[in-house]
Design a binder for this molecule. Structure first.
Ligand SMILES: N[C@@H](CCC(=O)N[C@@H](CS)C(=O)NCC(=O)O)C(=O)O
Length: 206
């Protein structure tokens, strides 16, 4: 019997959307349990003790075990599907883009989006406000690298949609909400449309 999959999430989060989009594309059923991160619902003693000691979502529950971290949770869901290349080089290259997303992309683009759309500029601390120009510069550097990689190719790895595309798509396609100008990155814009046209694609929010 296969384990039941439950996504612990806040559906406004792009990190949670990665897991939902992966499950939709590979056709795996996913139950959903909603939390409000703005209300500290992932910081309760129960959540920290049982779901994720790191106090964050997404967390994928597999039976009675838990996998935090969006890219690890998406990887669990995608294993055995065409989203995960079997060729060792392509597989490592997919992981390269997923690790890069967590270090160079998400901390800049997703954080700016969160500050601007959820927290609100007037509620940012002085420290956060001071970090905004650096995050904008590094976010644009990430988008620029993506645009270069997509020059003359349709997908990040090999010649097909992989989990790397899904993990990068989540916050890239909503980067405009953080006032990143995607028209500066035409290859990225064309790739966004290709991902949206993929069979069983689901949008981030209804
Ligand atoms: N590296 C983690 C980041 C997770 C993360 O930052 N989650 C945010 C929402 S996108 C969260 O749970 N914030 C609530 C909090 O920190 O209390 C991942 O990729 O899953």
């Amino acid at each position: 019997m296969t384990d039941r999959l439950v996504l612990h999430e806040d559906s406004r989060s792009g990190n949670c959307y990665k897991v939902r989009l992966t499950a939709a594309i590979v056709g795996k059923p996913l139950e959903r349990r909603e939390y409000d991160i703005m209300n500290g619902e992932t910081r309760t003693p129960e959540f920290l003790a049982k779901v994720n000691a790191n106090g964050r979502i997404p967390v994928l529950q597999v039976g009675d075990r838990f996998i935090p971290e969006s890219n690890a949770a998406s990887y669990y869901v995608a294993q055995g599907s065409s989203l995960v290349p079997s060729d060792p080089f392509d597989h490592a290259d997919m992981l390269r883009w997923m690790f890069w997303e967590q270090y160079n992309h998400e901390p800049n683009i997703a954080t700016l989006r969160f500050w601007m759309t959820e927290v609100g500029l007037d509620k940012l601390s002085d420290l956060q406000r001071g970090q905004m120009p650096v995050k904008r510069e590094q976010g644009n550097a990430a988008l620029n690298l993506m645009d270069e990689q997509l020059g003359g190719r349709d997908w990040f790895v090999a010649d097909a949609l992989t989990l790397a595309d899904i993990c990068l798509f989540a916050y890239t396609h909503r980067a405009g909400e953080a006032e990143f100008d995607l028209s500066r990155y035409p290859n990225v814009l064309a790739w966004i449309e290709r991902v949206k046209a993929w069979p069983r694609f689901v949008p981030m929010q209804a």
